[in-house]
Design a protein around this ligand. Structure first.
Ligand code: HEM
Length: 523
């Protein structure tokens, strides 16, 4: 085993000893058998021994002095793929004092996602992610500890992963989206990466926040602005220099604090007036959580829930709405579903408002009755989830490719390594939902863990059920109401225009590399 902590491993030891003997023999040859030869031989062996101890470790990418490989923040996808191509399944880089190991390949991937004894999920993201809401104890003026991770996950599961809760929330989610889309009017131009995000904010706030914000346009707009201010704090400066009072850090902290106060305000008012609502905040209040814990939960879940769902919902609509084949298939599937569930399969029924009919469908039909939309969704997630997942080595013994990774170091694996590998997915950069159909089954027939869209191993996405429902509702209601065409900013339709590639280097949101607009007309 080789070791990045400079421990001489068995094969190396043998190799070193053999070379040392050779050097000693050579010295004997040129000097004759004298005490000098013995000293020279021993010195050669010692030198070689230490040289090999120090040199072991995977290839290392040198970055800037002191700060290290800032490319990990500024051009993450390119940085990881270029160096993976150059160095193979493992390479090392530095971010300030932190050692980071980037992994690639099937076997390292399996180890990474299956290892829970040495690798820690929370620690990885805590230090190298940034952007998560920050509320300091001093600012809050309380000694209460923020909600810990297992508690956060437990609450999240209770709120958005259980069938009863989602079924209860479904009518209001459908009604929210119908109302929001009605505001789009009969025709117009939209930027899906703004307008569709708006819908996701609304749904997330509805299911993981509180009624008072979800139903107040001004408050939702305010929350959206605060959210993007918080997100701006996940750049290279705030993550690498958390103590440095950069503009991004100040914006991040001010936004976190304001958001915190917004939620605390709602809770305090409810407690003072004794009013009750049927929403996430009420659920947490009734569960006995403190005001601080509730506010932390809401902020954390907004952060976990919005970025990915927003970006994937926008891409899903773009991909499906402007490709006639997929648009027709999805619309056909939606009509069939309505006839099956709302009219007992009576094919003679004339549907006058698909939007109206969709709002009556039960949860089961959304979850199990839309295989075409489901595979489009899976394809979009595969294509957008290409950034980096993170872990931290918290115990000895994590060995990859023959190297034991040092305690406290970070490990990163980019799902793009599996998602864009042509051994798993043919023409991996094409939008091709049929790749998931038999006999191709490309997500199952290739390497292990070839699809990582919802995570793998012990840390699967806890919001998957809710996120899929949101994406399907948004796409279905949009298609039921409008026809779309790719356009320029003025609404001029760009006939035959290809969709731009996503900017894969953005750490969180894979928006298109150049702006893309959609012209829409009411059906
Ligand atoms: C399209 C939308 C989404 C995608 C593609 C997505 C993807 C993922 C992935 C790949 C992971 C695993 C990360 C890793 O292994 O390092 C993950 C974890 C997680 N996701 Fe999602 N996610 C989405 C939406 C959501 C939503 C809506 C929520 C909740 C509001 C959520 C909450 C979480 C949480 C809490 C974890 C960490 C689980 C743990 O601690 O073990 N996600 N997600």
């Amino acid at each position: 085993m080789k070791s990045s902590t400079s421990v001489l491993s068995f094969p190396f030891a043998v190799e070193t000893a053999t070379t040392s003997i050779l050097i000693a023999a050579f010295a004997l040859l040129i000097t004759g058998v004298t005490p000098i030869a013995v000293i020279l031989g021993a010195a050669g062996a010692t030198l070689l021994y230490f040289a090999s101890v120090v040199r072991s470790g995977p290839p290392k990418v040198t970055g800037f002095p002191i700060v290290g490989a800032v490319d990990f923040f500024t051009r993450r996808y390119d940085f990881l793929t270029e160096n993976r191509r150059k160095y193979g399944n493992i390479f090392e880089f530095n971010l300030l004092q932190h050692r980071v190991f980037a992994l690639g390949g099937a076997s390292a991937r399996v180890q990474y996602f299956s290892n829970h004894t040495q690798l820690n999920f929370t620690e990885g993201y805590k230090v190298l992610f940034g952007g998560v809401p920050v509320v300091t104890k001093e600012a809050v003026g309380t000694a209460e500890a923020p909600a810990n991770m297992p508690q956060f996950n437990k609450r999240l599961l209770a709120l958005i992963a259980k069938k009863e809760r989602l079924a209860e929330g479904l009518p209001v989610m459908l009604s929210d989206i119908s109302k929001e889309m009605a505001k789009w009017g009969r025709e117009g131009v939209m930027d899906p990466f703004v307008d569709v995000y708006g819908l996701v904010f609304k749904l997330t706030c509805r299911m993981l926040g509180c009624r008072e914000i979800a139903e107040d346009e001004g408050k939702i707009a305010h929350l959206t602005k605060l959210y993007w201010d918080m997100e701006a704090g996940s750049g290279v400066l705030p993550v690498l220099f958390p103590w440095f009072p950069s503009q991004a850090k100040k914006r991040h902290e001010a936004a976190s604090m304001e958001l915190f106060k917004l939620v605390i305000g709602v809770i305090e008012t409810r407690r003072a007036l004794g009013t009750k609502e049927n929403d996430a905040v009420q659920f947490l209040m009734d569960s006995g959580d403190s005001n601080v814990d509730i506010a932390q939960f809401v902020m954390g879940s907004l952060f976990a829930g919005i970025i990915n769902t927003g970006i994937n919902s926008a891409w899903l609509l773009l991909q499906v709405a402007q490709k006639p084949v997929w648009r027709e298939r999805v619309l056909g599937e939606l009509r069939d579903l309505v006839i099956r569930y709302n009219y007992n399969g009576d094919e003679t029924v004339q549907i006058t408002s698909l939007n109206e009919e969709l709002t009556k469908l039960p949860l089961d039909s959304w979850e199990d009755g839309l295989p075409v939309l489901e595979k489009c969704l899976r394809e979009v997630v595969r294509m957008t989830l290409t950034g980096a997942t993170l872990r931290r080595v918290m115990a000895k013994g994590f060995v990859v490719d023959g190297y034991e990774l040092p305690l406290g170091s970070f490990v990163t694996y980019s799902p793009g390594d599996a998602h864009f590998n042509p051994q798993n997915y043919s023409r991996p950069f094409d939008f091709d939902p049929e790749r998931y159909d038999p006999p191709r089954l490309e997500d199952k027939n290739g390497e292990p863990f070839a699809f990582l869209g919802w995570g793998a191993g012990r840390h699967p996405c806890l919001g998957m059920r809710f996120a899929k429902l949101e994406m399907k509702i948004i796409c279905a209601l949009a298609l039921a109401n409008y026809e779309f065409a790719v356009a320029d900013a003025n609404g001029k339709v760009l006939v035959g225009a290809e969709l731009p590639e996503p900017n894969r280097n953005n750490i969180h949101t894979q928006r298109p590399a150049k702006p893309v607009y959609m012209r829409y007309n009411k059906i």
